[in-house]
Design a protein around this ligand. Structure first.
Ligand SMILES: [Cu+2]
Length: 149
């Protein structure tokens, strides 16, 4: 009984290996070309939507999320007049403010002025062209950048 099972499983194994081998050699060239195509597609994709796909909703507001340790995306590029909403998706306090800490003078007005907890948010409309660094005033080592064009 045991011997029979072993022989059968050995035969099955040989068949599977043989099949896989035949398939491998037969499909290898097409696989290669399709993976090359895929990688070129993948290379072309991320350049454009990084700041827009995950971050803009129907109203054109760009979302930056805060997870308690960092802002994501850490750097965004928006057109002048774009509203950016910083969403606190953590249980840590978030107080978004323009650099430098603690005076927040690079972009006056870009300052949440208070900290918010989980699910709290701060929206600021960027009208001034420039590169604006900001930080979490409660934890100033947590930083991000908004490039306004
Ligand atoms: Cu600060």
């Amino acid at each position: 009984m045991k011997k029979g099972i072993t022989i059968i499983s050995a035969i099955v194994l040989i068949v599977i290996i043989g099949y896989a081998y035949a398939n491998k050699t037969a499909t290898a060239p097409t696989n290669e070309s399709s993976s090359i195509q895929n990688s070129t597609n993948a290379d072309a994709l991320p350049t454009e939507p990084t700041a827009t796909t995950s971050t803009s909703d129907t109203s054109g507001t760009v979302i930056v999320s805060y997870d308690g340790t960092a802002f994501s995306p850490a750097s965004i590029t928006v057109k002048a007049g774009t509203a950016v909403t910083f969403m606190n998706q953590s249980s840590s306090p978030m107080h978004v403010a323009s650099n430098p800490h603690p005076t927040h003078t690079d972009l006056p007005g870009f300052d949440e002025l208070t900290e918010v907890g989980n699910a709290g948010s701060y929206t600021y409309t960027f009208t001034k062209v420039g590169t604006w660094g900001y930080h979490n005033h409660t934890n100033p080592s947590q930083k991000g950048t908004v490039v306004v064009q």
